[in-house]
Design a binder for this molecule. Structure first.
Ligand SMILES: Cc1ncc(COP(=O)(O)O)c(C=O)c1O
Length: 405
């Protein structure tokens, strides 16, 4: 039996031709990587990042590899590709190698953490932000052994780290929250929340799905005990490519209650009667991976790493500055913080008919998203200045038409 592949193998780097970027990227040149941007003004990158040319090529390569090789493709190509994916995720999170794992969705990753993290004994309380993504609440609400408390927002837009700190006590087992709020675009000061949790002996779990690919990440600097994210949004990797990290010191004590043979130390020993978890973060995985997703996911991830997340963050802050300015000029209420350091790629606008406005904008060639009472704009970083102005003309026109009826 072939050995379990420990190192990146035979996958060639994504053929992107952009390895000579110097300083700020050439946004105009990079734009050619995303054909979708020629058809729409794309203001929904925080929901579904556009497919890059390298992702399309990778998906074709998936079919070719499978067709040409048959079963040996697992060891020649697929398992090494997964190992490379884990490694690139580690690079994105500045996590040590061996402590990142693959999950099919962020919800599954959170389930693994909700059942497997070694929480302080005798504590039941889980603190979650009132503006967090619903799936975070669902993980702990579905488990009767936990008492879930939601940390309120005073302004409906932000939550002060102090609001978490005030509610963390000797009963608190865990604080779980999102890095950037999906309905307001507010970027939390997560280190302050982590510090408050740790001072009380609680663990800190961060959902960074909305910051992966648009805010530079460092799990050590943020002092996360666990981090979940994925490639669907700013990483342009499509669905099925979520991932998680657990702090190295905790890994030996993590025992997920939903598991599978690929979480064991040696899956190919085919041991039925013993469960020996892998020593590294592979113990957080389960069964056979949906390989096609990971071809696309890796391509998106490698493209973004090459462009540079810090560059993307600056670009998005410039674009969102201008969106906020246009909204102010038009007298449209927004729910996104003004301070550059407290936001990145999302601006939300008040709207009394969000779904109708989303549909009419789609028909006019602008893709946005709607949330209850709001239109959400998250421009792709390759949107040009001209497109931003044209897109905003249309957004404001359609919004006002919706309000006045
Ligand atoms: C911050 C955040 N967490 C979690 C999710 C849900 O992730 P999944 O559908 O992969 O479970 C989303 C989806 O948009 C999200 O924005």
């Amino acid at each position: 039996m072939a050995a379990w592949p420990r190192f990146p193998g035979t996958i060639p780097p994504a053929a992107s031709g952009r390895d000579s970027l110097d300083g700020m990227p050439d946004w105009g040149a990079l734009r050619a990587e995303f054909p979708l941007l020629d058809r729409y003004v794309y203001f929904n990158a925080c929901s579904l990042g556009p497919l890059p040319q390298s992702g399309r090529a990778a998906l074709a390569r998936y079919g070719q590899d499978w067709d040409e090789q048959g079963t040996p493709v697992w060891f020649s190509t697929w398992l090494p590709l997964l190992e490379r994916f884990r490694g690139r995720v580690a690079e994105l999170l500045r996590a040590p190698a061996g402590f990142t794992a693959i999950a099919p969705s962020v919800s599954v990753a959170l389930t693994t953490l909700a059942t497997g993290l070694p929480l302080p004994a005798g504590r039941r309380k889980v603190l979650i932000g009132e503006l967090d993504f619903p799936t975070i609440g669902h993980q702990w609400l579905s488990r009767p052994q936990f008492e879930v408390e939601f940390v309120p927002s005073r302004d409906g837009m932000t939550i002060r780290p102090e609001a978490f700190a005030e509610r963390i006590d000797a009963q608190t087992a865990l604080v779980a929250t999102t890095h950037l709020f999906y309905t307001t675009g507010y970027l939390q000061d997560v280190r302050a929340i982590a510090d408050a949790a740790h001072a009380a002996g609680a663990l800190f779990v961060l959902d960074g799905y909305q910051t992966c690919g648009c805010v530079p990440l460092d799990v050590k600097a943020m002092d996360c005990d666990a981090f979940v994210g994925g490639c669907l949004k700013w990483l342009s990797g499509g669905p099925g490519n979520a991932f998680l990290y657990v702090r190295p010191e905790l890994i030996p004590r993590v025992r997920p209650q939903g598991t599978g043979w690929f979480a064991t130390r040696d899956p190919f020993s085919f041991t039925l009667q013993d469960l020996v978890f892998a020593d590294d973060a592979r113990r957080l995985e389960t069964g056979t991976w949906a390989m096609a997703c990971h071809y696309a996911g890796l391509a998106g991830l490698e493209l973004i790493l090459e462009v540079g997340v810090a560059n993307i963050q600056e670009r998005l802050r410039d674009l969102t500055d201008r969106i906020l300015e246009r909204c102010d000029e038009a007298g449209v209420q927004t729910f996104t913080p003004r301070a550059r350091s407290q936001r990145c790629g999302i601006v939300t606008l008040e709207c009394d008919r969000p779904e109708e406005v989303e549909a009419s904008l789609h028909a006019a060639g602008v893709i946005v998203d709607s949330r209850p009472g709001r239109i959400r704009l998250s421009p792709h970083w390759c949107v040009t200045e001209e497109e931003l102005e044209r897109g905003m003309d249309l957004v404001l026109q359609h919004l006002t038409a919706g309000v006045s009826r």
